[in-house]
Design a protein around this ligand. Structure first.
Ligand code: PEP
Ligand code: MG
Length: 588
């Protein structure tokens, strides 16, 4: 068979080599026939029974979720149960059977096609991807209707062959994903999906190479084809020639060796060769991420993006998480970090992280009522979150981080609300850390330029470089049309960082970076040389950054840093950065 290469969206890291295990969607094989009038109610009952059986199946999968299952899997299962209960899925097809006399499978597929077409019209990527959930739920019902069993091999039969199989599917439901975890597949390839699809989210948390959004890969790849997944490049090589296979096996072995070597550094502090210590922290999205953060050797959580607890909720129809639910989540993260500090950022919704679909109508959401602006406009919601965070602080060191601060009165109002939450909890005899540190994200140029406004009133600062770059360079960080203008080495960004680090140092206020620049290996030496001492990043990136720090001598960085900061020429900046990079190669 001739070899060919397919390109998709990379969603996790590493290389996987294995044979294709194809999952064909049941929907492709549905039968179409008309039901006689006297059999219509029996056909309705057949569909109702199948739906009821899928409810039972989903509950059983829920009950069997292992302790260490990624948290989001439970949430996905909830979403599927809700979809199944929605009248658009559970009742509308019954009407189709009654009015058009379609058989149950045909009626279900007709209704799902109609719903899918409506989803295609939605502009928001995340919501559009939820179309796949409806299709996955329908496929489950179809499997029951056609009496076909699941196509997932049972975990009893794990042998070397199963362990080296790559799942190839149109899409993968969260329930199947859970079963795949036990079967220890080596990689995932799907036609559909994007950065937010289940396959992406779960494969990232399982650390399994995956490429999604491949178009029609599941049609082009055949059962048992040899596949190479290069998930860093988002590439799948089908039926690779022996030479290519060998090259990738070597690369895979090398990566494995590097990872093993790096994991030995877990307990080694990140100190340069001339004794400058850098604190490396993890960014997390859900409380369950605390375990991988510890595994990666993080000294704490530098950014817990709490908004993920508020989004993706179809639970009780967009109801916000209660104080108890939030408290549980924050406490879980705090306990998970075993005494290391956890910095919880208060709700940062708006712009690319809308709380409600209606927000898409806002003219300029990145400049609108987002983050702290939203919280101050909704004080009750904010107070609920502050109370939950404060209560979690009774279980370990917690810091409160406020996003998008720009005005003095925002600081005042926030501090007043925190004081109010503390007063309420004291009156209720609920425990919390009375001295909980409060900090601000510095991610608006105005905040960077007016830093003295913050240093007197707050306990620490954390730079959100993602937004700082967006607002300084006036480019929407989520718009691929201007992605080429997103430049973290733009002289304006470097000048702002320099202003922040020197002002914070003079004021003696702790400062960290929790935006993407902190986890960018190209920039580690520059940031250390500029004086940053705390970097917070996705846990998976932490070992490599630590290694770079261990291979650095702080005193050798200064001439390069000075040259970069004095230059307004991007060629000189890039060249000097390259020379700084080369410095590490001579040290070991
Ligand atoms: C940032 O803006 O750099 C940041 C860390 O916050 P977020 O990416 O969540 O906006
Ligand atoms: Mg931000």
């Amino acid at each position: 068979m001739a070899s060919f290469t397919l390109q998709g969206i990379p969603v996790s890291r590493g290389i996987a080599i294995g044979r294709a295990h194809l999952l064909r969607p049941a929907a492709l094989d549905v039968k179409h026939y008309l039901v006689a009038q006297e059999l219509v109610e029996a056909e309705v009952l057949r569909l109702q029974n199948a739906i009821a059986q899928v409810h039972v199946e989903l509950q059983a999968i829920w009950a069997d979720l292992p302790q260490d299952a990624p948290t989001e899997l439970g949430a996905f299962l909830d979403v599927h149960a809700l979809i199944l209960s929605d009248p658009m899925v559970s009742e509308a097809p019954l009407d189709i059977i009654r009015t058009r006399h379609y058989n149950a499978e045909w009626a279900l597929v007709t209704q799902v096609d109609e719903l899918s077409a409506q989803f295609d019209e939605i502009e928001d990527d995340y919501l559009r991807e939820r179309k796949a959930d409806i299709q996955q739920v329908a496929e489950r019902v179809l499997k029951v209707l056609t009496g076909s069993s699941s196509q997932v091999p049972s975990s009893d039969g794990i042998d070397e062959r199963t362990a080296n199989m790559v799942v190839v599917a149109r899409d993968i439901s969260p329930a199947d994903m859970m079963q795949f975890r036990d079967v220890a597949f080596t990689g995932f390839v799907t036609d559909e999906g994007g950065q937010n699809s289940h396959t992406a989210i779960v494969s990232r948390s399982l650390g399994i190479p995956a490429v999604v959004g491949m178009g029609n890969a599941s049609q082009l790849i055949e059962q048992d084809d040899w596949l190479i997944i290069d998930s860093d490049a988002g590439v799948v090589i089908v039926a690779p020639p022996t030479m290519v296979l060998e090259q990738y096996r070597e690369r895979q072995a090398l990566l494995l060796k590097q990872r093993k070597k790096l994991s030995k550094l877990k307990k080694t502090p990140a100190i340069t060769q001339d004794g400058v210590e850098i604190t490396l922290l993890a960014n997390i999205e859900l409380p369950g991420d605390a375990t991988p953060a510890l595994e990666a050797g993080a000294s704490g959580v530098g950014l817990f993006r709490s908004e993920f607890l508020f989004m993706e909720r179809s639970g009780e129809q967009h109801q916000l998480p209660s104080e108890e639910e939030q408290f549980d989540a924050y406490r879980k993260a705090v306990l998970g970090m075993k005494g290391r500090p956890v910095t919880i950022r208060t709700l940062d919704v708006g712009a690319d992280k809308p709380l409600e679909a209606a927000e898409h109508n806002i003219l300029n959401p990145a400049l609108g009522l987002r983050a702290i602006r939203y919280c101050l406009a909704e004080p009750q919601l904010f107070l609920t979150q502050l109370r939950a965070i404060l209560r979690a602080s009774a279980f370990g060191p917690v810091k409160i981080l406020i996003p998008m601060m720009a005005h003095g009165f925002e600081i005042e109002q926030t501090l007043q609300l925190i004081a109010q939450a503390k007063k309420e909890l004291t009156a209720e005899k609920k425990e919390f850390d009375a001295d909980i540190p409060i900090g601000a994200m510095i991610e608006i140029p105005a905040a960077a330029l007016a830093l003295p406004m913050f240093v007197k009133k707050l306990d620490f600062l954390s730079i959100g470089t993602n937004d700082l770059i967006q607002y300084t360079l006036a480019i929407d960080r989520a718009d691929h049309e201007v992605a080429h203008l997103y430049d973290d080495l733009h002289p304006a960004i470097l000048q702002l960082l320099q202003i922040i680090v020197s002002t914070a140092e003079k004021a003696g206020i702790p400062l960290s970076i929790c935006g993407g620049m902190a986890g960018d290996l190209r920039l580690t030496r520059l940031l250390v040389g500029m004086g940053f001492r705390e970097l917070s990043m996705p846990a998976a990136l932490l070992p490599e950054i630590k290694q770079a720090i261990l291979n650095t001598r702080f005193d050798t960085l200064q001439p390069y840093v000075k040259k970069i900061l004095r230059s307004y020429d991007s060629v000189v900046i890039q060249e000097t950065l390259g020379n700084m990079e080369a410095l590490g190669k001579t040290l070991h």
